[in-house]
Ligand binder design. Structure first.
Ligand code: IPM
Ligand code: MG
Length: 398
């Protein structure tokens, strides 16, 4: 055996372990959460992203400017466009998030982010880390909250995906030991598991939901998923009013397709990679990943984004204007709720339901046989301006 190879692998692993132990120490010193009622102006950093990003951002900005017209005029709220989170600039600096961009992000109270291109091995760009993953890590956005609702079918799920650990945290730090052997790492911590699991239980308890599902593959991935499941068992004791159970990711994936069983799930909490996969599947029932928004919540920072990528194929094929902006608009709505504008978020979500699930005067298909994002947003704005919006919404939802 080649000693040099082993030595290199040992050093690499030692560095990985040491970095993760430092991260645990940082987690132990959690920052104080922001109190949005006392911040003026609340600064919303807006990253327009790559591919279809700028197109759907423009529509989202129109919607937000309408909803926040008074607040913006009165100096309560300010948009800050964050330039430089583009693939071109990231490649230029060979960094997932260039330093000056990260510094700018940190001057904001909340961040709204359109999809950014994630380079891959063998692709046209250098294989730098995903900007999403880097932002989640750098700003310690530990909870990825993804609601999916299809009222007609009784589907009302909210996923709490762990966002800073698992296969993702070390996804760019695997080691090609020899030509024949590649090893990746996954890491789970007690602190990281506790905070996401507690958030999910808290949500269930506060919303009187008596059902929480913990998804792992702890029967096979025994150490890391085992710790996640064990932690859930321990935290659950603080919430005797919430009934919980553990499911394995494979059968969970199957049960989401079962119309009889799937409506029984309500709040789900799961490690990073399973959460990534399961939430794409879940969003498909609602009309696809283009319809789902997601909140990345940390103690100090939060970032709201679409759950899909930058769709370079749509741009290459000249279909960018047919991209569905609903995911980013739903993310914007989650942001409004987070910073204390639940009434505006309610209005926006009612209008989104009417336009994309019930009335459907304009339907987006992603192609020229459907509406453009602009047409859809004109329709959405018109719907939001309807003084009888709530009545109209209730006429569909009963
Ligand atoms: C998501 C996306 C990202 C992820 C990609 C773009 C890195 O799929 O937000 O779910 O895997 O987390
Ligand atoms: Mg995903």
């Amino acid at each position: 055996m080649d000693n040099q190879v082993l030595e290199h692998a040992k050093n690499h692993f030692a560095q990985v372990v040491s970095d993760q132990l430092s991260r645990v120490e940082r987690m132990k010193q959690a920052e104080e959460p922001l109190d949005f009622t006392s911040i003026q102006p609340i600064i919303i950093g807006f990253c327009w992203g790559d591919g279809i990003g700028p197109i759907i951002s423009q529509e989202t900005q129109r919607v937000l400017e309408y909803l926040l017209e008074k607040e913006i005029a009165g100096g309560k709220m300010k948009f800050k466009t964050i330039e430089g989170l583009t693939i071109e600039n990231r490649v230029k600096h060979l960094k997932a998030i260039p330093d000056d961009v990260l510094a700018e992000l940190k001057t904001c109270h909340v961040i709204l982010k359109a999809p950014t291109t994630t380079p891959e091995k063998g692709g046209p760009y250098p294989n730098i880390e995903s900007a999403n993953v880097a932002m989640r890590r750098e700003l310690d956005l530990f909870a990825n909250v993804r609601p999916v609702k299809v009222p007609k079918e009784g589907i009302d799920w909210i996923f709490f995906r762990e966002n800073t650990e698992g296969a993702y945290i070390l996804g760019s730090r695997g080691i090609q030991v020899t030509e024949d052997l590649a090893i990746d790492f996954t890491a789970t911590t007690k602190q990281g598991s506790e905070r996401i699991i507690r958030m999910a239980f808290d949500y269930a308890a506060k919303n009187n939901i008596n059902r929480l599902t913990v998804v792992t593959k702890a029967n096979v991935v025994k150490t890391t998923d085992g710790l996640f499941l064990e932690t859930a068992e321990r935290i659950s004791k603080e919430y005797p009013q919430v009934k919980w159970d553990g499911w394995y990711i494979d059968i969970m994936t199957a049960k989401l397709v079962d119309p009889k069983r799937r409506t029984q799930f309500r709040v789900l909490v799961l490690p990073n990679l399973y959460g990534d996969i399961l939430t794409d599947e879940a969003a498909e029932f609602q009309g696809g990943v283009g319809t789902a928004g997601s909140a990345n919540i940390g103690r100090r920072y939060s970032m709201f984004e679409a759950i899909h990528g930058s769709a370079p194929r749509m741009i290459d094929e000249g279909r960018g204007q047919y991209a569905d902006p609903c995911s980013l608009i739903r993310a914007a709505s989650m942001m409004l709720r987070h910073i204390g504008f639940a009434d505006k978020a309610d209005r926006l979500e009612m209008a989104l339901d009417i336009c994309s699930q019930y009335e459907k005067k304009w339907v987006i298909t992603g192609r020229d046989n459907g509406a453009t994002g602009r047409q859809f947003c004109d329709y959405l704005l018109e719907t939001m301006k309807d003084p009888d919006l709530e009545k109209r919404w209730k006429s569909f939802t009963g």
